[in-house]
Design a protein around this ligand. Structure first.
Ligand code: FAD
Ligand code: NAI
Length: 473
Protein backbone atom coordinates (compact mmCIF):
# COMPACT_ATOMS: atom_id res chain seq x y z
CA UNK A 1 0.00 0.00 0.00
CA UNK A 2 1.48 3.37 -0.95
CA UNK A 3 1.97 6.01 1.76
CA UNK A 4 -0.65 8.77 1.81
CA UNK A 5 1.02 12.18 1.47
CA UNK A 6 -0.39 15.35 3.01
CA UNK A 7 0.71 18.99 2.95
CA UNK A 8 -0.47 19.46 6.52
CA UNK A 9 -1.12 16.85 9.22
CA UNK A 10 -2.75 18.04 12.44
CA UNK A 11 -2.36 15.82 15.51
CA UNK A 12 -5.28 16.47 17.87
CA UNK A 13 -8.84 17.40 16.98
CA UNK A 14 -9.72 19.84 19.77
CA UNK A 15 -10.51 23.51 19.08
CA UNK A 16 -6.85 24.19 18.26
CA UNK A 17 -6.49 21.19 15.96
CA UNK A 18 -9.76 20.92 14.05
CA UNK A 19 -9.88 24.67 13.40
CA UNK A 20 -6.25 24.62 12.16
CA UNK A 21 -7.15 21.73 9.84
CA UNK A 22 -10.21 23.54 8.43
CA UNK A 23 -8.24 26.76 7.83
CA UNK A 24 -5.36 24.82 6.20
CA UNK A 25 -7.86 23.07 3.89
CA UNK A 26 -9.53 26.42 3.07
CA UNK A 27 -6.10 27.68 2.02
CA UNK A 28 -5.80 24.83 -0.46
CA UNK A 29 -3.63 22.37 1.45
CA UNK A 30 -4.23 18.64 1.32
CA UNK A 31 -4.90 18.24 5.05
CA UNK A 32 -5.37 15.43 7.56
CA UNK A 33 -6.50 15.60 11.18
CA UNK A 34 -5.81 12.76 13.63
CA UNK A 35 -7.78 12.52 16.87
CA UNK A 36 -8.05 9.66 19.32
CA UNK A 37 -11.02 10.71 21.51
CA UNK A 38 -13.65 7.93 21.67
CA UNK A 39 -17.34 8.25 22.44
CA UNK A 40 -19.04 5.66 24.67
CA UNK A 41 -19.50 3.36 21.67
CA UNK A 42 -15.82 3.58 20.71
CA UNK A 43 -16.52 5.84 17.75
CA UNK A 44 -14.80 9.16 16.94
CA UNK A 45 -15.62 12.14 19.16
CA UNK A 46 -13.57 15.07 17.85
CA UNK A 47 -13.61 18.40 19.64
CA UNK A 48 -11.15 17.51 22.39
CA UNK A 49 -11.42 18.50 26.02
CA UNK A 50 -13.53 21.52 25.07
CA UNK A 51 -16.31 19.54 23.41
CA UNK A 52 -16.20 16.31 25.40
CA UNK A 53 -15.32 17.20 29.00
CA UNK A 54 -14.81 20.97 29.07
CA UNK A 55 -16.45 24.11 27.72
CA UNK A 56 -19.56 22.60 26.15
CA UNK A 57 -20.72 20.00 28.71
CA UNK A 58 -19.95 22.32 31.64
CA UNK A 59 -22.08 25.07 30.09
CA UNK A 60 -24.90 22.58 29.42
CA UNK A 61 -24.99 21.57 33.10
CA UNK A 62 -24.59 25.18 34.23
CA UNK A 63 -27.70 26.04 32.19
CA UNK A 64 -29.76 23.11 33.53
CA UNK A 65 -28.77 23.80 37.12
CA UNK A 66 -29.52 27.51 36.69
CA UNK A 67 -33.03 26.70 35.44
CA UNK A 68 -33.51 24.57 38.55
CA UNK A 69 -32.29 27.36 40.81
CA UNK A 70 -34.55 29.90 39.07
CA UNK A 71 -37.58 27.62 39.33
CA UNK A 72 -36.94 27.12 43.05
CA UNK A 73 -35.90 30.59 44.11
CA UNK A 74 -36.70 33.26 41.52
CA UNK A 75 -39.92 32.35 39.67
CA UNK A 76 -41.98 33.50 42.66
CA UNK A 77 -40.63 37.07 42.19
CA UNK A 78 -42.27 37.03 38.75
CA UNK A 79 -45.59 35.88 40.15
CA UNK A 80 -45.12 32.28 39.05
CA UNK A 81 -45.59 29.54 41.59
CA UNK A 82 -44.45 26.05 40.86
CA UNK A 83 -44.90 23.33 43.43
CA UNK A 84 -43.14 20.05 43.73
CA UNK A 85 -40.26 20.93 41.43
CA UNK A 86 -38.34 17.74 40.69
CA UNK A 87 -34.87 17.17 39.41
CA UNK A 88 -33.77 14.23 37.27
CA UNK A 89 -29.97 14.22 37.32
CA UNK A 90 -29.77 11.30 34.88
CA UNK A 91 -31.86 13.27 32.36
CA UNK A 92 -29.77 16.41 32.86
CA UNK A 93 -26.60 14.44 32.23
CA UNK A 94 -28.19 12.70 29.21
CA UNK A 95 -29.15 16.12 27.76
CA UNK A 96 -25.57 17.29 28.32
CA UNK A 97 -24.31 14.16 26.51
CA UNK A 98 -26.68 14.86 23.60
CA UNK A 99 -25.33 18.42 23.32
CA UNK A 100 -21.79 17.00 23.25
CA UNK A 101 -22.75 14.53 20.52
CA UNK A 102 -24.29 17.31 18.40
CA UNK A 103 -20.96 19.10 18.58
CA UNK A 104 -18.92 15.93 17.82
CA UNK A 105 -21.11 15.27 14.79
CA UNK A 106 -20.90 18.91 13.73
CA UNK A 107 -17.10 18.79 13.72
CA UNK A 108 -17.05 15.54 11.70
CA UNK A 109 -19.39 17.23 9.20
CA UNK A 110 -17.19 20.35 9.01
CA UNK A 111 -14.04 18.30 8.44
CA UNK A 112 -15.78 16.41 5.64
CA UNK A 113 -17.24 19.59 4.12
CA UNK A 114 -13.75 21.10 3.99
CA UNK A 115 -12.24 17.87 2.58
CA UNK A 116 -10.02 17.24 5.58
CA UNK A 117 -9.10 13.53 5.85
CA UNK A 118 -9.93 12.38 9.38
CA UNK A 119 -8.06 9.55 11.10
CA UNK A 120 -9.54 8.16 14.30
CA UNK A 121 -6.69 6.94 16.50
CA UNK A 122 -3.43 8.04 18.02
CA UNK A 123 -1.03 10.24 16.07
CA UNK A 124 2.68 9.94 16.77
CA UNK A 125 5.98 10.88 15.18
CA UNK A 126 7.78 8.02 13.41
CA UNK A 127 10.73 9.82 11.83
CA UNK A 128 11.85 12.89 9.91
CA UNK A 129 12.02 11.92 6.23
CA UNK A 130 12.63 13.68 2.90
CA UNK A 131 12.30 17.15 4.42
CA UNK A 132 8.98 16.20 6.02
CA UNK A 133 7.74 13.74 8.63
CA UNK A 134 6.38 10.22 8.83
CA UNK A 135 3.42 10.13 11.18
CA UNK A 136 1.59 7.13 12.58
CA UNK A 137 -2.15 7.80 12.27
CA UNK A 138 -3.94 4.99 14.08
CA UNK A 139 -2.75 1.88 12.25
CA UNK A 140 -1.47 3.71 9.15
CA UNK A 141 1.76 5.56 8.51
CA UNK A 142 1.26 8.78 6.53
CA UNK A 143 3.65 11.47 5.30
CA UNK A 144 3.43 15.20 6.09
CA UNK A 145 5.25 18.28 4.85
CA UNK A 146 3.98 20.31 7.82
CA UNK A 147 2.82 19.02 11.21
CA UNK A 148 0.66 20.99 13.65
CA UNK A 149 0.59 19.48 17.14
CA UNK A 150 -2.58 20.30 19.10
CA UNK A 151 -2.69 17.54 21.70
CA UNK A 152 -4.17 19.65 24.50
CA UNK A 153 -3.90 19.13 28.23
CA UNK A 154 -4.93 16.84 31.09
CA UNK A 155 -6.13 17.60 34.61
CA UNK A 156 -3.31 17.97 37.14
CA UNK A 157 -3.40 15.34 39.90
CA UNK A 158 -2.91 16.20 43.53
CA UNK A 159 0.07 14.15 44.83
CA UNK A 160 -1.28 11.17 46.77
CA UNK A 161 -4.81 11.62 45.43
CA UNK A 162 -4.97 9.98 42.02
CA UNK A 163 -8.22 10.48 40.09
CA UNK A 164 -10.46 7.41 40.33
CA UNK A 165 -13.45 9.33 38.80
CA UNK A 166 -15.59 7.59 41.41
CA UNK A 167 -14.70 9.55 44.57
CA UNK A 168 -11.79 11.74 43.51
CA UNK A 169 -12.99 13.49 40.37
CA UNK A 170 -11.30 15.42 37.59
CA UNK A 171 -13.42 17.61 35.30
CA UNK A 172 -14.42 14.37 33.55
CA UNK A 173 -16.02 12.70 36.59
CA UNK A 174 -17.38 16.04 37.85
CA UNK A 175 -19.48 16.28 34.67
CA UNK A 176 -21.09 12.87 34.97
CA UNK A 177 -22.10 12.30 38.56
CA UNK A 178 -25.17 10.06 38.67
CA UNK A 179 -26.69 11.79 41.69
CA UNK A 180 -26.24 14.98 43.67
CA UNK A 181 -23.70 14.37 46.45
CA UNK A 182 -24.87 15.53 49.85
CA UNK A 183 -21.45 16.98 50.60
CA UNK A 184 -19.05 17.95 47.83
CA UNK A 185 -15.43 19.04 48.34
CA UNK A 186 -13.52 20.99 45.71
CA UNK A 187 -9.76 21.58 45.82
CA UNK A 188 -8.82 24.76 43.93
CA UNK A 189 -11.06 27.83 43.60
CA UNK A 190 -10.08 28.47 39.98
CA UNK A 191 -12.34 28.42 36.96
CA UNK A 192 -13.33 24.74 37.09
CA UNK A 193 -13.76 24.74 40.88
CA UNK A 194 -16.16 27.68 40.73
CA UNK A 195 -18.11 26.51 37.67
CA UNK A 196 -18.51 22.88 38.78
CA UNK A 197 -18.99 23.90 42.41
CA UNK A 198 -21.84 26.17 41.23
CA UNK A 199 -23.52 23.38 39.24
CA UNK A 200 -23.67 20.94 42.13
CA UNK A 201 -24.49 23.62 44.76
CA UNK A 202 -27.48 24.77 42.69
CA UNK A 203 -28.65 21.16 42.52
CA UNK A 204 -28.51 20.85 46.31
CA UNK A 205 -24.99 19.78 47.35
CA UNK A 206 -23.29 21.40 50.32
CA UNK A 207 -20.09 22.60 48.66
CA UNK A 208 -16.78 23.44 50.35
CA UNK A 209 -13.94 24.79 48.24
CA UNK A 210 -10.38 24.60 49.59
CA UNK A 211 -7.95 27.03 47.96
CA UNK A 212 -4.19 27.09 48.51
CA UNK A 213 -3.64 30.78 47.79
CA UNK A 214 -4.50 33.39 50.43
CA UNK A 215 -6.20 35.55 47.75
CA UNK A 216 -9.49 34.67 46.06
CA UNK A 217 -9.33 34.78 42.23
CA UNK A 218 -5.87 36.33 42.27
CA UNK A 219 -5.78 36.79 38.46
CA UNK A 220 -9.07 38.70 38.41
CA UNK A 221 -9.43 42.46 39.00
CA UNK A 222 -9.47 42.98 42.78
CA UNK A 223 -12.79 44.84 42.78
CA UNK A 224 -14.46 42.07 40.78
CA UNK A 225 -12.93 39.31 42.92
CA UNK A 226 -14.19 41.03 46.08
CA UNK A 227 -17.73 41.33 44.66
CA UNK A 228 -17.62 37.68 43.50
CA UNK A 229 -16.50 36.43 46.93
CA UNK A 230 -19.38 38.31 48.57
CA UNK A 231 -21.99 36.99 46.14
CA UNK A 232 -20.74 33.37 46.14
CA UNK A 233 -20.75 33.35 49.95
CA UNK A 234 -24.35 34.63 49.92
CA UNK A 235 -25.26 31.78 47.55
CA UNK A 236 -23.90 29.29 50.09
CA UNK A 237 -20.60 28.37 48.46
CA UNK A 238 -18.18 27.87 51.33
CA UNK A 239 -14.67 28.93 50.24
CA UNK A 240 -11.63 28.54 52.52
CA UNK A 241 -8.48 30.34 51.41
CA UNK A 242 -4.82 29.77 52.30
CA UNK A 243 -5.17 26.06 53.08
CA UNK A 244 -2.46 23.42 52.82
CA UNK A 245 -3.71 19.94 51.94
CA UNK A 246 -1.81 17.20 53.78
CA UNK A 247 -3.69 13.99 52.98
CA UNK A 248 -6.64 12.73 50.97
CA UNK A 249 -8.12 9.35 51.93
CA UNK A 250 -10.98 7.51 50.29
CA UNK A 251 -13.13 5.01 52.13
CA UNK A 252 -16.57 3.40 51.99
CA UNK A 253 -18.17 6.60 53.30
CA UNK A 254 -16.51 8.93 50.80
CA UNK A 255 -13.43 11.12 50.96
CA UNK A 256 -11.61 12.62 53.89
CA UNK A 257 -9.33 15.61 53.30
CA UNK A 258 -6.81 16.55 55.99
CA UNK A 259 -5.51 20.11 55.72
CA UNK A 260 -4.12 23.05 57.64
CA UNK A 261 -6.28 26.17 57.50
CA UNK A 262 -4.89 29.70 57.00
CA UNK A 263 -4.04 29.90 60.71
CA UNK A 264 -2.10 26.63 60.45
CA UNK A 265 -4.70 24.67 62.45
CA UNK A 266 -5.23 21.01 61.51
CA UNK A 267 -8.69 20.41 59.96
CA UNK A 268 -10.53 17.54 58.32
CA UNK A 269 -13.18 17.82 55.63
CA UNK A 270 -15.42 14.77 55.14
CA UNK A 271 -17.25 14.72 51.81
CA UNK A 272 -19.10 12.25 49.59
CA UNK A 273 -17.20 13.31 46.47
CA UNK A 274 -14.10 15.41 45.88
CA UNK A 275 -13.36 17.43 42.74
CA UNK A 276 -9.67 18.26 42.27
CA UNK A 277 -9.31 21.30 40.00
CA UNK A 278 -5.80 22.62 40.57
CA UNK A 279 -4.86 23.41 36.97
CA UNK A 280 -3.99 21.37 33.89
CA UNK A 281 -0.79 19.95 32.41
CA UNK A 282 0.17 19.94 28.71
CA UNK A 283 -0.36 16.56 27.06
CA UNK A 284 2.31 14.94 24.87
CA UNK A 285 1.61 11.36 25.95
CA UNK A 286 2.04 8.94 23.05
CA UNK A 287 3.32 11.61 20.65
CA UNK A 288 6.78 9.97 20.55
CA UNK A 289 8.55 13.33 20.59
CA UNK A 290 11.95 11.63 21.04
CA UNK A 291 11.74 10.06 17.58
CA UNK A 292 12.23 13.50 16.04
CA UNK A 293 13.74 15.50 18.94
CA UNK A 294 10.74 17.80 19.56
CA UNK A 295 11.70 20.03 22.48
CA UNK A 296 9.56 20.27 25.65
CA UNK A 297 10.02 22.68 28.57
CA UNK A 298 10.21 21.75 32.27
CA UNK A 299 6.36 21.78 32.52
CA UNK A 300 6.09 19.33 29.64
CA UNK A 301 4.78 21.98 27.23
CA UNK A 302 6.06 22.01 23.66
CA UNK A 303 8.51 24.89 23.30
CA UNK A 304 7.33 27.38 20.67
CA UNK A 305 8.19 30.93 19.66
CA UNK A 306 5.63 33.71 19.33
CA UNK A 307 4.59 32.29 15.94
CA UNK A 308 3.97 28.77 17.36
CA UNK A 309 7.10 27.39 15.61
CA UNK A 310 8.79 24.54 17.48
CA UNK A 311 12.52 23.71 17.39
CA UNK A 312 11.89 21.49 14.32
CA UNK A 313 11.45 22.79 10.76
CA UNK A 314 7.80 22.76 9.64
CA UNK A 315 6.54 21.46 13.01
CA UNK A 316 4.17 23.83 14.79
CA UNK A 317 2.23 23.55 18.04
CA UNK A 318 -0.90 25.36 19.28
CA UNK A 319 -3.38 25.46 22.15
CA UNK A 320 -3.10 23.99 25.65
CA UNK A 321 0.05 22.02 24.77
CA UNK A 322 2.04 25.27 24.47
CA UNK A 323 2.55 28.38 26.67
CA UNK A 324 -0.22 30.92 27.27
CA UNK A 325 -3.73 30.74 28.67
CA UNK A 326 -5.50 27.39 28.40
CA UNK A 327 -8.60 28.65 26.57
CA UNK A 328 -10.44 27.21 23.59
CA UNK A 329 -10.58 30.52 21.71
CA UNK A 330 -6.83 31.06 22.23
CA UNK A 331 -6.22 27.57 20.78
CA UNK A 332 -8.47 28.38 17.79
CA UNK A 333 -6.77 31.70 17.08
CA UNK A 334 -3.37 30.02 17.14
CA UNK A 335 -4.62 27.23 14.85
CA UNK A 336 -5.85 29.73 12.26
CA UNK A 337 -2.67 31.83 12.49
CA UNK A 338 -0.41 28.78 11.99
CA UNK A 339 -2.34 27.58 8.92
CA UNK A 340 -2.03 31.09 7.47
CA UNK A 341 1.71 31.25 8.24
CA UNK A 342 2.21 27.91 6.46
CA UNK A 343 0.52 29.55 3.47
CA UNK A 344 2.99 32.45 3.67
CA UNK A 345 0.42 34.83 5.14
CA UNK A 346 0.79 36.96 8.28
CA UNK A 347 -1.33 35.04 10.77
CA UNK A 348 -1.78 37.05 13.94
CA UNK A 349 -2.84 36.47 17.56
CA UNK A 350 -3.15 39.44 19.90
CA UNK A 351 -2.48 38.08 23.39
CA UNK A 352 -3.48 41.43 24.92
CA UNK A 353 -7.08 41.11 23.79
CA UNK A 354 -7.91 37.51 24.68
CA UNK A 355 -11.10 37.60 26.77
CA UNK A 356 -11.61 35.46 29.87
CA UNK A 357 -15.02 34.33 31.13
CA UNK A 358 -16.03 32.46 34.27
CA UNK A 359 -19.55 31.11 33.76
CA UNK A 360 -20.75 31.40 37.34
CA UNK A 361 -23.83 33.37 38.31
CA UNK A 362 -23.22 36.22 38.00
CA UNK A 363 -20.79 35.70 35.15
CA UNK A 364 -17.33 37.22 35.35
CA UNK A 365 -15.58 38.43 32.18
CA UNK A 366 -12.60 40.58 31.45
CA UNK A 367 -10.12 41.66 28.82
CA UNK A 368 -6.86 43.53 29.20
CA UNK A 369 -5.11 44.52 32.39
CA UNK A 370 -6.51 44.59 35.94
CA UNK A 371 -6.23 47.55 38.28
CA UNK A 372 -3.56 45.74 40.32
CA UNK A 373 -1.54 44.99 37.14
CA UNK A 374 -1.68 48.64 36.05
CA UNK A 375 -0.46 49.72 39.49
CA UNK A 376 2.37 47.17 39.37
CA UNK A 377 3.30 48.35 35.85
CA UNK A 378 3.33 51.98 37.04
CA UNK A 379 0.71 53.03 34.48
CA UNK A 380 -1.33 56.16 35.24
CA UNK A 381 -4.99 55.25 34.65
CA UNK A 382 -8.55 56.45 35.21
CA UNK A 383 -11.31 54.07 36.35
CA UNK A 384 -15.03 54.24 35.67
CA UNK A 385 -17.65 51.86 37.09
CA UNK A 386 -21.40 51.41 36.59
CA UNK A 387 -23.61 49.06 38.65
CA UNK A 388 -26.24 46.83 37.01
CA UNK A 389 -28.55 47.96 39.82
CA UNK A 390 -28.94 51.23 37.89
CA UNK A 391 -29.63 49.51 34.54
CA UNK A 392 -33.27 49.23 33.43
CA UNK A 393 -32.87 45.94 31.57
CA UNK A 394 -31.09 44.32 34.54
CA UNK A 395 -33.96 45.43 36.79
CA UNK A 396 -36.51 44.00 34.36
CA UNK A 397 -34.57 40.75 34.27
CA UNK A 398 -34.39 40.69 38.05
CA UNK A 399 -30.62 40.30 37.80
CA UNK A 400 -28.95 43.41 39.20
CA UNK A 401 -25.82 42.07 40.89
CA UNK A 402 -22.43 43.32 39.77
CA UNK A 403 -21.01 46.10 37.62
CA UNK A 404 -18.98 47.05 34.55
CA UNK A 405 -15.59 48.64 35.15
CA UNK A 406 -13.44 50.48 32.64
CA UNK A 407 -9.74 51.23 33.05
CA UNK A 408 -8.33 53.81 30.63
CA UNK A 409 -4.99 55.52 30.17
CA UNK A 410 -4.94 58.73 32.22
CA UNK A 411 -3.43 60.74 29.39
CA UNK A 412 -4.68 59.23 26.13
CA UNK A 413 -7.99 57.69 27.39
CA UNK A 414 -7.10 54.43 25.53
CA UNK A 415 -8.97 51.48 27.07
CA UNK A 416 -6.50 49.29 29.01
CA UNK A 417 -8.91 46.84 30.60
CA UNK A 418 -12.61 46.10 30.99
CA UNK A 419 -13.92 43.99 33.87
CA UNK A 420 -17.50 42.82 34.20
CA UNK A 421 -19.32 40.88 36.86
CA UNK A 422 -23.00 40.52 36.15
CA UNK A 423 -25.67 39.10 33.82
CA UNK A 424 -24.45 38.03 30.37
CA UNK A 425 -20.92 39.29 31.06
CA UNK A 426 -19.74 36.61 28.57
CA UNK A 427 -21.60 38.39 25.76
CA UNK A 428 -21.00 41.97 26.94
CA UNK A 429 -17.22 41.52 26.95
CA UNK A 430 -17.13 41.23 23.13
CA UNK A 431 -17.72 44.96 22.74
CA UNK A 432 -14.71 45.66 24.95
CA UNK A 433 -12.56 43.19 22.96
CA UNK A 434 -13.49 44.90 19.68
CA UNK A 435 -12.83 48.32 21.22
CA UNK A 436 -9.40 47.29 22.50
CA UNK A 437 -8.49 45.59 19.23
CA UNK A 438 -9.16 48.92 17.49
CA UNK A 439 -7.33 50.84 20.25
CA UNK A 440 -10.50 52.75 21.12
CA UNK A 441 -10.69 55.31 23.91
CA UNK A 442 -13.28 55.17 26.69
CA UNK A 443 -14.87 58.22 25.07
CA UNK A 444 -15.31 56.28 21.79
CA UNK A 445 -17.55 53.79 23.62
CA UNK A 446 -19.27 56.57 25.55
CA UNK A 447 -20.26 58.26 22.26
CA UNK A 448 -21.67 55.11 20.61
CA UNK A 449 -25.46 54.66 20.58
CA UNK A 450 -26.41 51.51 22.58
CA UNK A 451 -29.89 49.98 22.35
CA UNK A 452 -32.33 50.69 25.14
CA UNK A 453 -33.14 48.89 27.32
CA UNK A 454 -30.08 46.65 27.18
CA UNK A 455 -27.39 45.44 29.53
CA UNK A 456 -24.87 46.95 27.11
CA UNK A 457 -25.96 50.42 28.24
CA UNK A 458 -23.98 49.61 31.40
CA UNK A 459 -20.87 49.32 29.24
CA UNK A 460 -21.54 52.77 27.77
CA UNK A 461 -22.23 54.20 31.22
CA UNK A 462 -19.01 52.70 32.67
CA UNK A 463 -17.14 54.35 29.78
CA UNK A 464 -18.86 57.65 30.65
CA UNK A 465 -17.90 57.09 34.30
CA UNK A 466 -14.21 57.25 33.30
CA UNK A 467 -14.89 60.95 32.64
CA UNK A 468 -17.16 61.17 35.72
CA UNK A 469 -20.28 61.89 33.66
CA UNK A 470 -22.63 58.93 33.99
CA UNK A 471 -26.18 59.79 33.00
CA UNK A 472 -28.11 57.17 34.95
CA UNK A 473 -26.17 56.89 38.20
P1 FAD B 1 -7.90 19.76 23.56
O1 FAD B 1 -9.24 20.34 23.51
O2 FAD B 1 -7.47 19.10 24.83
O3 FAD B 1 -7.83 18.71 22.37
C1 FAD B 1 -6.75 17.87 22.19
C2 FAD B 1 -7.22 16.67 21.41
O4 FAD B 1 -6.08 15.94 20.97
C3 FAD B 1 -8.06 15.68 22.21
O5 FAD B 1 -9.18 15.29 21.45
C4 FAD B 1 -7.14 14.49 22.43
O6 FAD B 1 -7.82 13.25 22.50
C5 FAD B 1 -6.30 14.55 21.17
N1 FAD B 1 -4.98 13.93 21.28
C6 FAD B 1 -4.05 14.11 22.24
N2 FAD B 1 -2.93 13.40 21.94
C7 FAD B 1 -3.19 12.77 20.77
C8 FAD B 1 -2.44 11.91 19.94
N3 FAD B 1 -1.18 11.61 20.24
N4 FAD B 1 -3.04 11.44 18.83
C9 FAD B 1 -4.32 11.78 18.49
N5 FAD B 1 -5.06 12.59 19.22
C10 FAD B 1 -4.50 13.09 20.35
N6 FAD B 1 -12.01 27.14 27.64
C11 FAD B 1 -12.73 28.19 27.21
O7 FAD B 1 -12.23 28.98 26.40
N7 FAD B 1 -14.02 28.39 27.64
C12 FAD B 1 -14.61 27.55 28.53
O8 FAD B 1 -15.76 27.76 28.90
C13 FAD B 1 -13.87 26.45 29.01
N8 FAD B 1 -14.42 25.58 29.88
C14 FAD B 1 -13.69 24.50 30.30
C15 FAD B 1 -14.28 23.64 31.22
C16 FAD B 1 -13.56 22.56 31.68
C17 FAD B 1 -14.21 21.63 32.68
C18 FAD B 1 -12.25 22.31 31.19
C19 FAD B 1 -11.47 21.11 31.64
C20 FAD B 1 -11.66 23.15 30.27
C21 FAD B 1 -12.37 24.27 29.83
N9 FAD B 1 -11.82 25.18 28.93
C22 FAD B 1 -12.53 26.26 28.52
C23 FAD B 1 -10.46 24.99 28.39
C24 FAD B 1 -10.53 24.38 26.98
O9 FAD B 1 -11.23 23.16 27.05
C25 FAD B 1 -9.12 24.16 26.44
O10 FAD B 1 -8.38 25.36 26.51
C26 FAD B 1 -9.20 23.70 24.99
O11 FAD B 1 -9.92 22.50 24.87
C27 FAD B 1 -7.79 23.50 24.42
O12 FAD B 1 -7.89 23.08 23.10
P2 FAD B 1 -6.76 22.18 22.42
O13 FAD B 1 -7.20 21.98 21.01
O14 FAD B 1 -5.44 22.79 22.67
O15 FAD B 1 -6.76 20.81 23.21
P1 NAI C 1 -7.09 27.19 37.57
O1 NAI C 1 -5.67 27.47 37.26
O2 NAI C 1 -8.14 28.07 37.05
O3 NAI C 1 -7.28 27.15 39.15
C1 NAI C 1 -6.57 26.27 39.96
C2 NAI C 1 -6.68 26.76 41.40
O4 NAI C 1 -6.20 25.73 42.23
C3 NAI C 1 -5.86 28.02 41.67
O5 NAI C 1 -6.64 28.95 42.36
C4 NAI C 1 -4.71 27.49 42.51
O6 NAI C 1 -4.19 28.44 43.42
C5 NAI C 1 -5.35 26.31 43.23
N1 NAI C 1 -4.41 25.29 43.67
C6 NAI C 1 -3.37 24.77 42.98
N2 NAI C 1 -2.77 23.81 43.70
C7 NAI C 1 -3.46 23.70 44.86
C8 NAI C 1 -3.35 22.86 46.00
N3 NAI C 1 -2.39 21.94 46.10
N4 NAI C 1 -4.23 23.02 47.01
C9 NAI C 1 -5.22 23.96 46.93
N5 NAI C 1 -5.37 24.79 45.88
C10 NAI C 1 -4.52 24.65 44.85
O7 NAI C 1 -7.30 25.68 37.13
P2 NAI C 1 -8.62 24.81 36.89
O8 NAI C 1 -9.79 25.38 37.60
O9 NAI C 1 -8.21 23.41 37.15
O10 NAI C 1 -8.88 24.98 35.35
C11 NAI C 1 -7.83 24.67 34.43
C12 NAI C 1 -7.89 25.59 33.26
O11 NAI C 1 -8.96 25.22 32.40
C13 NAI C 1 -8.16 27.04 33.59
O12 NAI C 1 -7.01 27.72 34.00
C14 NAI C 1 -8.66 27.55 32.29
O13 NAI C 1 -7.56 27.83 31.47
C15 NAI C 1 -9.43 26.37 31.74
N6 NAI C 1 -10.86 26.55 32.01
C16 NAI C 1 -11.49 27.63 31.46
C17 NAI C 1 -12.82 27.86 31.69
C18 NAI C 1 -13.46 29.06 31.11
O14 NAI C 1 -12.87 29.68 30.24
N7 NAI C 1 -14.67 29.42 31.52
C19 NAI C 1 -13.63 26.95 32.51
C20 NAI C 1 -12.85 25.88 33.08
C21 NAI C 1 -11.54 25.70 32.80
Amino acid sequence: MSTKNFDVVVIGGGPGGYIAAIRAAQLGFNTACIDEWKNDKGGPAPGGTCTNVGCIPSKALLQSSEHFEHANHHFADHGITADNIQMDVAKMVARKDAVVKQNNDGILYLLKKNKVTFFHGRGSFVAAKDGGYEIKAGEEVIAAKHVIVATGSNARQLPGAAFDEENILSNDGALRLGAVPKKLGVIGSGVIGLEMGSVWRRLGAEVTVLEGLPTFLAAVDEGVAKEAAKLFKKQGLNIELGVKISEVKTGKKGVSVAYANAKGEAQTLEVDKLIVSIGRVPNTIGLNVDAVGLKLDERGAIVVDEDCKTNLPNVWAVGDVVRGPMLAHKAEEEGVAVAERIAGQHGHVNFNTIPWVIYTSPEIAWVGRTEQQLKADGVAYKAGQFPFLANGRARALGDTNGFVKFLADAKTDEILGVHIIGPMASELISEAVVAMEFKASAEDIARICHAHPSLSESTKEAALAVDKRTLNF
